[in-house]
Design a protein around this ligand. Structure first.
Ligand code: NDP
Length: 278
């Protein structure tokens, strides 16, 4: 029987996940169907109802996207370490009536930076802008990559402090910063924009002094060309600029492997979905 998977979000019309998983399934010869579900926003428990209905119909797993990552976290029977630290879930697997949950956003981002863009974080100074869901998901994989230092800057500095505090319990050199204090922080090898500012064409108030010509500026949003953040980095002389399309495909590959036990290749799919930055 064909196994059934889906991505659930609201809105969901923009999703690339059926295309990505469709390509993975053909490449890996997997007998599976992958669709998109527009999840119900109201009432609060309607999302859990939609997930259970999908399970009852024989569904094997779901990708979860905005705004349901916290609700998926709340209904899981078993959480990975990553999902627990992120406080959010982006993939579910159904086994013997149980809901297993993970968060592959952070590891997808790390893989894109380290493998696809050839920028190992070990021993590097890394700056992460933002302390929302995506930043929380990235924290554990980033810490495990062994950077020399990881600085988290956020508009609400308390959120950055609380995130940095969680990571310090794991022995890593992680600090919180305000945007204003970044002017005294010197240069970073990798600067990641994990804020949602670009979705509205805004620029997080990061000073251009954090960028160095040999560094990488990474924008989590994708398909938007040169965002104000990437433009700032480019104007500061950075030659390596990237958006989050690779992260999107890499997190999908992680979920696919978790579900199917086989790892798809990602390069051709990333190329297909890449929108040139210029
Ligand atoms: P959240 O809503 O959880 O967090 C938003 C973050 O952005 C907060 O830290 C918020 O700061 C900050 N922020 C919002 N506007 C501004 C602004 N104008 N200036 C400075 N900071 C701002 O969002 P997510 O973490 O879920 O998503 C963040 C980004 O990552 C989005 O662009 C999203 O599309 C992208 N993403 C990409 C993925 C991929 O596969 N490529 C996967 C997941 C997310 P404060 O706390 O102070 O409000």
């Amino acid at each position: 029987m064909t196994d059934s998977y889906a991505v659930i979000g609201n809105p969901i019309g923009h999703t690339k996940s059926p295309l990505i998983h469709g390509r993975f399934a053909s490449e890996c010869a997997q007998d599976m169907r992958y669709t998109a579900i527009e999840g119900p926003l109201e009432p609060e428990d309607a999302f859990a109802g939609a997930v259970r209905e999908f399970m009852a119909e024989g569904g094997r797993g779901l990708n979860v996207t905005a705004p349901f990552k916290l609700r998926a976290f709340a209904m899981a029977d078993e959480l990975s370490d990553r999902a627990r630290m992120a406080g959010a879930v982006n993939a579910l697997k159904f086994e013997d009536g149980r809901i297993l949950a993970d968060n592959f956003d952070g590891i997808g981002l790390l893989r894109d930076i380290e493998s696809n863009l050839d920028r190992p974080l070990a021993g590097r100074r890394v700056l992460m802008l933002g302390a929302g869901g995506a930043a929380r998901g990235a924290l554990l994989p980033f810490v495990e990559a062994g950077p020399k230092e990881l600085v988290v800057a956020n508009r609400s500095v308390d959120k950055a402090r609380s995130l940095a505090g969680q990571a310090m319990n794991r022995g890593a050199l992680v600090r919180a910063s305000s945007y204003a204090d970044l002017a005294h922080e010197g240069l970073f090898d990798v600067v990641v924009n994990a804020t949602s500012a670009s979705l509205t064409g805004a620029l997080p108030p990061v000073p251009a002094t954090v960028f160095q010509a040999e560094g990488l500026a990474y924008e989590l949003a994708y398909g938007k060309g040169l965002t104000p953040f990437l433009r700032l980095a480019g104007d500061a002389g950075l030659r390596q600029l990237a958006d989050g399309v690779g992260m999107l495909v890499e997190q999908a590959a992680e979920a696919f492997e978790w579900w199917r036990g086989v790892r798809p290749s990602t390069r051709a799919v990333i190329e297909q979905l890449t929108v040139p930055l210029e």
